[in-house]
Write a protein of this length. Structure first.
Length: 325
């Protein structure tokens, strides 16, 4: 069959810290308050995305991958990940501070959970004037000092706090302590893994009045305690050409900011491509003759057997382009 660019039904996640902007951003009505995350493209068990456009509408991403294999994701990717789609794409709207957490790397996640680890990145779409996030350490501590600081409520003092604005990018490799703060609206690209170690949660209680579970000991061995000179990704925007934001073994992400048609060639790329539209709208035309409209708040999975795509914007458009090299 002719594999075409695929859209999916969003998986909306109501959470205690969720805001009111995801439905507005994605043009979903009626508006639902308290939605913290929209899982745009997911291969996580129990949260598998369902195709929403074209003749494959109603088919799950898992079903399609089982049938089409490397045609959908690429030969090397299928060899490595099999019938697990390797990336999870989200929008995150934080009305309140999220817990401070860390994710294990592949080795530790495999040993403990028979899972992939979680390396991720954040692109700040919107931010309130005082919005911030935590990424990495500002001062050096030992694993034992980490445990002690959790006990005496001073761990947060060791973290690097970043005030953010739209367009800021943070790469979060597995092992880096991080947290999204109130007022951040973010696009997140991550490995397919739902393993999170909660380190600190501001002594909040759950809906039943109990303290939320912390994973102090599990996190102790997962944390990278190195203090790095910089945690924010610096880049220079360029109109109508791809700007590299992140390149790592798990994903490569470029920013496409366009106000005129551009063509992206993928014939040498052995990977699916994901477009995440964060502003504007564009027609997506592939080399097979498929035309798919893409607008703000939508994500698109372009099959690996696609050789080229023309993006034809009707408004000034910003798209995150992600694939695996």
């Amino acid at each position: 069959m002719n594999l075409y660019p695929l859209k999916f039904n969003p998986i909306l996640k109501p959470v205690i810290w969720g805001g009111s902007d995801i439905c507005k951003f994605k043009h979903i009505t009626p508006l639902i308050d308290g939605i913290g995350e929209s899982w745009e493209i997911s291969g996580v068990k129990g949260h598998i995305s369902i195709i929403s456009n074209g003749e494959l509408a109603g088919t799950s991403l898992e079903e399609l991958l089982l049938k089409e294999k490397s045609r959908l994701v690429g030969e090397k990717i299928y060899e490595k990940y099999g019938n697990t789609f390797p990336l999870l794409i989200k929008f995150i709207d934080a009305r309140d501070n999220l817990s401070i957490q860390v994710h294990p790397d592949d080795e530790l996640a495999k040993k403990r959970h028979n899972s992939f680890g979680k390396t991720e990145m954040w692109y700040v779409i919107n931010a309130s004037p005082d919005a911030f996030l935590y990424s990495g350490f500002e001062k050096s501590i030992t694993p034992d000092e980490y445990v002690e600081r959790i006990k005496n409520d001073t761990f947060i003092e060791t973290l690097k706090k970043h005030y953010v604005k739209p367009g800021d990018v943070f790469f979060i490799p597995a092992g880096r302590v991080h947290a999204i703060g109130a007022g951040c609206f973010i696009a997140e690209i991550q490995q397919t893994s739902d393993i999170t170690y909660r380190i600190y949660d501001y002594n909040r209680k759950d809906a039943d009045g109990n303290p939320r579970e912390l994973h102090t000991e599990l996190a102790k061995d997962a944390i990278d305690y190195t203090v790095y000179p910089s945690y924010k990704t610096e880049y220079t925007p360029h109109l109508n050409q791809a700007v590299r934001l992140v390149n790592c073994p798990y994903f490569t992400t470029n920013l496409l900011e366009i106000d005129q048609p551009i063509t992206r060639s993928y014939h040498q790329l052995d990977s699916f491509i994901i477009y995440i539209c964060i502003k504007g709208e564009s027609m997506i035309k592939d080399n097979k003759g498929n035309f798919i409209p893409l607008r703000q708040g939508e994500s698109l999975l372009i099959p690996a057997d696609t050789n080229s795509v023309e993006l034809i914007p009707s408004l000034k458009t910003k798209i995150l382009e992600t694939y695996i090299e």
